[in-house]
Design a protein around this ligand. Structure first.
Ligand code: SF4
Length: 217
C-alpha cells in the first residue's frame, strides 16, 4: 500500500470520530493516573477499568500516596480487573519506582517508562501519545492489529512487527492519531465479533469482506 493511501485511511477514520477524546479511559487528571489506568487496561476493556479508577484515584491520587499502600489494599479496590493480583503489585512497584528513581515524576521517554513494573513498550507509547501527544511510536493493541491487517497495512501478526510496519508507512507526526483512531475504528466499526462489512465502514476497497477472500484474522 502507498503512503498516500494509508494517510487517506487515517483521514477517513478521523472524520468519523470528530469529537473523540484521546482515550476512553476516564477519571484520570494527572499523568500518573492515566499511566495507572493504562496499566489496568491490559487484557481489559476501558469501561471495566473506568468502573474502578474513581475510587482508586480518590484513595491513591499520587505515586507517593500509593507507596503507602500494601498491594493487597490496592487489590481490594480493583478486584474486577483481569489479573488484579498481578496488576496490584505492578501499580505498587510502579509508584515506588517513580518515587525512588524518578523523584516522584512520571518519566517521559519509552526507555525510562519501560523500567516501571507492568509497563511494556505498547503501554509506554500509548501513554506518551495519549497524555502528551508525543509521536514516539505506534502501540498495537488488539484493535490496531485487527484493523491494520484487515485493511492490508500489514501482513504481520505480532504487535511489535505490526507497529514497525505502521511506523514505516505513516509519517511520524501522525503516529499519535494512528494510536487514537485505529483503536476507535476497531472498537466501534471493524469489530472482532460483528459481521463485516457493516454499513458504518467507509472502506469500500477493503478486500477482507469480499466473498472468497481468505480470512485469516
Ligand atoms: S470492509 Fe470489513 S474488514 Fe474491511 S475495514 Fe470495513 S469492516 Fe473492517
Amino acid at each position: 500500500m502507498t503512503r498516500a493511501k494509508a494517510i487517506e485511511i487515517l483521514d477517513k477514520m478521523k472524520k468519523l470520530f470528530p469529537d473523540a477524546p484521546v482515550t476512553e479511559l476516564t477519571n484520570w487528571e494527572t499523568d500518573f493516573q492515566l499511566l495507572v489506568a493504562i496499566i489496568l487496561s491490559a487484557q481489559m476493556t476501558d469501561k471495566g477499568v473506568n468502573k474502578v479508577t474513581k475510587a482508586l484515584f480518590a484513595k491513591y491520587p499520587t505515586p507517593t500516596a500509593m507507596t503507602s499502600a500494601d498491594h493487597r489494599e490496592i487489590y481490594d479496590l480493583i478486584p474486577s480487573i483481569n489479573f488484579a493480583p498481578t496488576k496490584a503489585k505492578y501499580l505498587l512497584g510502579t509508584a515506588k519506582t517513580i518515587v525512588e528513581k524518578y523523584r516522584g515524576q512520571v518519566p517521559q521517554t519509552v526507555a525510562e517508562l519501560m523500567i516501571l513494573p507492568g509497563v511494556g513498550e505498547k503501554t509506554a507509547k500509548v501513554f506518551l501519545s495519549s497524555f502528551y501527544g508525543y509521536n514516539v511510536g505506534i502501540g498495537s493493541d488488539t484493535h490496531v492489529l485487527r484493523v491494520a491487517k484487515r485493511l492490508g497495512l500489514t501482513q504481520e501478526t505480532t504487535p511489535s512487527k505490526v507497529s514497525a510496519d505502521l511506523e514505516k508507512i505513516y509519517p511520524k507526526n501522525r503516529w499519535h492519531e494512528v494510536n487514537q483512531y485505529f483503536v476507535l475504528y476497531g472498537r466501534y466499526i471493524c469489530t472482532a465479533k460483528a459481521p463485516v462489512p457493516n454499513d458504518k465502514c467507509v472502506f469500500e476497497f477493503c478486500s477482507y469482506c469480499h466473498p472468497g477472500y481468505d480470512k485469516h484474522d
